[in-house]
Each structure stands twice: as structure tokens, then as C-alpha cells.
Design a protein around this ligand. Structure first.
Ligand SMILES: Cc1cc2nc3c(=O)[nH]c(=O)nc-3n(C[C@H](O)[C@H](O)[C@H](O)COP(=O)(O)OP(=O)(O)OC[C@H]3O[C@@H](n4cnc5c(N)ncnc54)[C@H](O)[C@@H]3O)c2cc1C
Length: 600
């Protein structure tokens, strides 16, 4: 605990109710951050850097949130890293073209203006962000580019000292053979058996097994990649600045006194106590994807909590409810960050399923996605959020989507990962447990037999496949335009001609895996403004209450503009919130200009 910041601690009082002991601990900080994901870590780091005392309150027994399990990609237009010719104008031109529906224009502009400042701040702390050639998700839109998605270098987990094992771990499914960390380059090379895949495999295995000192105390790979690397970098800097994360503390309610939010009540293993904030509370507690009641209340097609690919114990909307209880407004709560998911029986753990994200499986050649009437409903190779929107629209139209099917042939199976299985060359059919066949993954010698197994009309499925085979021959998909843009092609197979996303589905056996309407979290939450201040129903800021990340409404509404489109804004609005609190607290050297957030 930050001794200077805490006024009094451990005032234990015997409960008047029965024999149980209630612990009432009073703590005071300048800033309280609720939630330890990307938004919370950035809000806390920036606040600490600006000289504010800060604590992160986290309900889980590990820190890092969904962010630590993620791909760790940040979408920040006009990021101004090396050789970047992007501009504010181009960024807004692109966003204006792809964002539809009502949004707060000032908030969108705040993201575009402050994102590059946030990147500069990370760089100034020695975090070497690098741009990737990932195309924006609407590559045909004006001012679309293929350099706005940023990634962090890998991070050595042991730099976190004894806190290494308290950082939330990446899912086993994101690891090679359930064990070895891969960065995104390695993941794409191995999952499509790209050039150099054998060398990459050997390097990963050698790195892990030659690390004897780490092997002596944990199975965990100390080479943190993707979201774990991002969070490792941020937490190293947070711990270096003495910021503490209080785990196992769940936000129960927001305290209001003197006309402003003055603190929070949290519960610690059932014991409630209050923490007070001099200058602000920043709610970064993720979305509500694991709360079925809130899904039913807000989402157009609610799906089930278990379809979500975020950690089960984390985001259940308590912060949203706490905000609503003090009159906060909400925004964009009707959609998720969609991600088609598959539910693979968990290797080596009985009665559990692994959620497999089908983001890249569905756009590879020699495959097609159909609803339960055997018909296509989307350009399968589009971005995963649009794929989910396609599922929602088709479900509303036909009632026969959610789940739908990925159907593929043996050429696909031998070359690409699907359903959590590596390509057959790495993981042949014979190593798939027998009891998974015809329950999780289906296989048949003919399309008709496969259709019978998955209860899709055979005539419709064979007609759909016949059309796809014709499109593969001509290289043109007149129905949905699959493979007709740079994004689709990026995840296709360059050796597949004439269209890298379209290959004939004709070599037996044929396979199918069901796809659910999964998500990466929810898009809406507390309505926050350009300064990340939470607004009430009249549109007035609730004094000293801020929100960032999935706990707040997405600045793009129901749009996912590019890879990293959730973490980019989460970090940026965490940064903005800390700047605004510091400005109000008089800790910021530069004066705040009206209408703008602070510059670094
Ligand atoms: C496998 C996977 C890959 C992904 N890859 C990417 C990617 O590459 N790029 C991208 O932009 N997005 C990606 N996403 C989505 C992205 O991870 C999330 O949208 C983002 O991390 C949300 O950040 P956050 O800080 O808002 O919330 P989180 O990281 O979810 O953090 C919220 C934290 O708040 C805590 N919390 C919740 N309720 C309470 C409470 N009542 N009291 C105290 N604490 C509470 C939670 O335990 C959690 O630790 C991915 C998601 C998944 C699942």
C-alpha cells in the first residue's frame, strides 16, 4: 500500500450483525482506478507519471484483464511512428466514411488527437511500439491504410519479479500446443504453414525448454507475447513507480459526497469497505459480456455469456450498474465487439470448453460459411466484427443463424488451422480425440453425408458449394465480394489463384464446425465525453467520475475500424482521463486549453 497516500488502514470493527467480523478499511488516494486492463493500466500509469497517488482496484485474483489475454494490437491512426505519412485529416476522413449511426463527434476527434500523444507517452517510457502492415477493416474506404495497427515487442515476464505469475495468463488456445507463447507473426506463419514455419517452431521450442531456471518454478512461458507483452510493459512501469494493484476487490458502488464522486465501496472476500478519492474515480471495469441479464436487456441478439471469449470471472457489468445507480447515462450498449467463436472441448480438463476464435479460419480458401438453411450470409473473409454483424442480421432475418457452420474440404484441413486444430500436416485427424468427432468437428466423405450429419438441407448446401466452386474458378464472388479487397486477401492464401480467398471445395473428406455469435467484450457502457468524463442523463459531467475502455461507450459507435480498435481507444481514453484529473488537480505543467485535452 502507498504509505503516503493512505490515511488510515485496518480499522477493524466488530459487526453488530451476528458473530462475523466486518472489516472497515479507510484508504485515500488522489485517483482510484477500477479494473486492471489496458484502460485502467494506462489511466493509472499516466496519473502516476503526473504525480498523483493512485491505486488500481481489481476484482479478479490476477491483474491484466481481458487485455492480457488479447492479441495486444492497438489501432491508433496518425500514430507518428517512423515513416508514417498518415494525418489527422486522413484519420477523420476514414472514420467519417466507416462510422455510421449517432456518435459524439468531439469524442471521435479526441481519440484522433490524443491517440498519437498516448503513443508518444508510451514511447517516452521506452515501450517500442511498432506498426504492422495490417489493413484497416474497410480497405476500400477513403483514406484507409495498412499501418495503423501497432504491437508491442515481446516482454520477459520475470521483469515483473514475483508478480509475474499474478499477471493474467493468455489462453492455452493462443499458445502453440497449449504451452508455448507465439507472437502474432509466429501465429500467422504457423497457422498457415507459411514460409519458415519449421524454423519458427524450432526457435519457440528451444527458447522454452532451454529456459531451465523458469522451468524450475512454473510451466508458464516467460516470453510474454501479444496482450500479455503489452500488459507486461505497462505493469513493469507501474510497479517501478510504486503503483499498487489491489486484487480480489470488487467495485460494489460509487460514493457521492459534496456533489461529486468521492470514492467507492468495494468488497474483499465478502467484506465491504470504502476507498476515497481526492480527485477522481476512473471506471475501467470492462463490459457486461458475462452478465446474461444485461445481455438480454441491451443486446439485439443476446447470445449466451459462454460464447464470449473474454475471461469468465471478470466483466459482469457491476460498474455499469453502479454508474446507473447514481444517474449516469449509457451509450452504444446494443452491440458486442463480435468475434465468431467455436467451443472446443478443453484438452486435459474434463467438462470444460475452450473458446476458439474463428476470426481467421473463416476467410481461408476451400471453405464456406452457411446458416442452418445451407445458405451464405456474409463475405466470410471480412473483419470478425462485421462477420458477427452478418450473423446478427441473418439471425434477425431467417432465425437460422447463431449457430451457423464453417464447411471446408481436405485441402483446407491440410493447410490451415480451424476450430482450434492446427493444419493436418502439424496435427493430423488421427490425433483428434475420437469422442470429438460428430460432436465438435464433423466429417464425411460427401457433402450430402456431411449435410445429413449437421442437419442442413443437402440440396441447399451442395448448391452453395457449387456456386463457391464457380467463384473460385473465376476469382469473383458476385454475392458478397469475398476476396475483393486488401483485408480479405491479407488473410487468404497467396498461392491460391486467381483469388487468394476463394478455393474450390471439392476434395473429400468434407468437414464442418459450428460457429457461435461470440464476442471480445461489449461495445457500450457509461456515456463519457471527449475528456472521458461520465455524463448524466442531461449530458452534464458527473463531477470526478471518468470511464474508459469497454466500461464506456465506444467512440466509433457500432464500428470496428481496424485491428486494435478496442485497445487503441481504451488506452487513449485512460490517458485522457488521467490528464483531465491532473489538470483539475493542478498537477499538469501546461495550462488546459478550452475544448482540448492536454498534450503530453
Ligand atoms: C482473445 C482476445 C483477443 C483480443 N485481441 C485484441 C486485439 O488484439 N486488439 C484489440 O483492440 N482488442 C482485442 N481484444 C479485445 C480487447 O481485449 C478488449 O476489448 C480490451 O482488452 C478491453 O480493455 P478494458 O481495459 O476495457 O477491459 P479489460 O481488459 O477486460 O479489463 C477490465 C478489468 O476490470 C475488472 N473488473 C470488472 N468488474 C470489476 C469490478 N466490479 N470491480 C473491480 N474490477 C472489475 C476485470 O476483472 C478486468 O480485469 C481481444 C479480446 C480477446 C478475448
Amino acid at each position: 500500500m502507498d504509505a503516503g497516500a493512505v490515511l488510515s488502514v485496518n480499522m477493524l470493527q466488530r459487526s453488530r450483525m451476528g458473530e462475523s467480523m466486518a472489516s472497515e478499511i479507510h484508504e485515500l488516494y488522489d485517483v482510484i482506478v477500477i479494473g486492471s486492463g489496458a484502460a485502467g493500466a494506462m489511466a493509472a500509469l499516466r496519473a502516476a507519471e503526473l504525480g498523483l497517488s493512485v491505486v488500481i482496484v481489481e476484482k479478479a485474483h490476477k491483474f491484466g484483464g481481458t487485455s492480457a489475454t488479447s492479441g495486444g494490437v492497438l489501432w491508433v491512426p496518425n500514430h507518428q511512428l517512423a515513416q508514417n505519412s498518415d494525418s489527422r485529416e486522413q484519420a477523420l476522413q476514414y472514420l467519417d466514411a466507416v462510422v455510421s449511426g449517432p456518435i459524439q463527434r468531439e469524442r471521435l476527434e479526441a481519440f484522433v488527437d490524443q491517440g498519437p500523444q498516448m503513443v508518444r507517452f508510451m514511447k517516452s517510457l521506452g515501450i517500442a511500439l511498432a506498426s504492422t502492415p495490417w489493413p484497416d477493416y474497410y480497405p476500400g474506404a477513403p483514406a484507409a491504410r495498412a499501418d495503423r495497427s501497432l504491437v508491442c515487442p515481446t516482454f520477459d515476464g520475470r521483469e515483473l519479479g514475483e508478480k509475474f505469475t499474478l499477471l493474467r495468463e493468455q489462453y492455452t488456445r493462443f499458445k502453440l500446443l497449449n504451452r508455448y507463447s507465439m507472437d502474432l507473426g509466429e501465429f500467422f506463419t504457423l497457422s498457415a504453414r507459411g514460409k519458415g514455419w519449421k524454423r519458427a517452431l524450432a526457435r519457440i521450442l528451444w527458447g522454452y525448454w532451454s529456459d531451465r531456471s523458469t522451468r524450475a518454478f512454473t510451466r508458464r512461458d516467460r516470453r510474454l507475447t501479444q496482450g500479455a507483452a503489452l500488459m507486461g510493459h505497462l505493469y513493469k512501469r507501474l510497479f517501478d513507480r510504486g503503483v499498487q494493484v489491489h486484487l480480489e476487490r470488487r467495485l460494489e458502488r460509487l460514493l457521492v459526497s459534496g456533489g461529486r464522486v468521492s470514492g467507492v465501496t468495494v468488497s474483499y472476500f465478502g467484506h465491504p469497505y470504502d476507498i476515497h478519492a481526492r480527485h477522481g474515480v476512473v471506471v475501467c471495469a470492462g463490459g457486461f459480456e458475462w452478465n446474461q441479464e444485461l445481455r438480454e436487456r441491451f443486446l439485439a441478439v443476446p447470445g449466451l455469456t459462454r460464447y464470449s471469449s473474454t475471461p469468465e470471472d471478470a466483466n459482469r457489468g457491476e460498474a455499469l450498474l453502479a454508474g446507473l445507480a447514481i444517474g449516469a447515462a449509457t451509450e452504444h450498449t446494443d452491440a458486442g465487439w463480435w468475434m465468431p467463436t467455436m467451443h472446443m472441448p478443453m484438452p486435459a480438463a474434463s467438462n470444460f470448453e475452450e473458446i476458439h476464435q474463428a476470426a481467421f479460419d473463416v476467410g481461408r480458401p476451400h471453405s464456406v460459411c452457411v446458416n442452418r438453411t445451407g445458405r451464405r450470409f456474409v463475405d466470410e473473409a471480412c473483419g470478425y466484427d462485421d462477420f458477427g454483424k452478418g450473423m446478427v442480421a441473418d439471425q434477425q432475418k431467417t432465425g437460422a443463424n447463431c449457430p451457423c457452420w464453417l464447411v471446408f474440404d481436405s485441402r483446407f484441413r491440410s493447410s490451415f488451422a480451424a476450430g482450434g486444430f492446427m493444419p493436418a500436416a502439424v496435427m493430423p485427424d488421427r490425433v483428434i480425440p475420437r469422442e470429438w468427432w460428430d460432436h465438435y468437428i464433423f466429417k464425411a466423405d460427401t457433402l450430402q453425408a456431411l449435410a445429413a450429419k449437421i442437419q442442413v438441407p443437402a440440396e441447399a448446401l451442395t448448391a452453395t458449394v457449387a456456386s463457391m466452386n464457380e467463384y473460385a474458378r473465376t476469382g469473383r464472388d458476385p454475392e458478397f465480394g469475398r476476396g475483393g479487397n486488401d483485408y480479405d486477401k491479407f488473410f487468404g492464401d497467396p498461392t491460391c489463384k486467381p483469388n487468394p480467398s476463394l478455393g474450390a471445395i471439392e476434395s473429400a473428406p468434407f468437414y464442418a464446425v459450428p460457429i457461435n455469435l461470440g464476442d471480445l467484450g461489449t461495445k457500450g457502457g457509461l456515456k463519457a465525453d471527449a475528456f472521458a468524463r461520465v455524463l448524466d442523463a442531461r449530458g452534464e459531467p458527473i463531477p470526478a467520475l471518468y470511464a474508459a475502455g469497454n466500461a464506456s461507450g465506444c467512440p466509433f459507435g457500432n464500428c470496428y475500424p481496424g485491428a486494435g480498435g478496442t485497445i487503441g481507444p481504451a488506452l487513449t481514453f485512460g490517458f485522457i482521463a488521467a490528464n483531465d484529473i491532473a489538470a483539475r488537480a493542478g498537477r499538469q505543467p501546461q495550462p488546459r486549453r478550452e475544448g482540448t485535452a492536454l498534450a503530453v
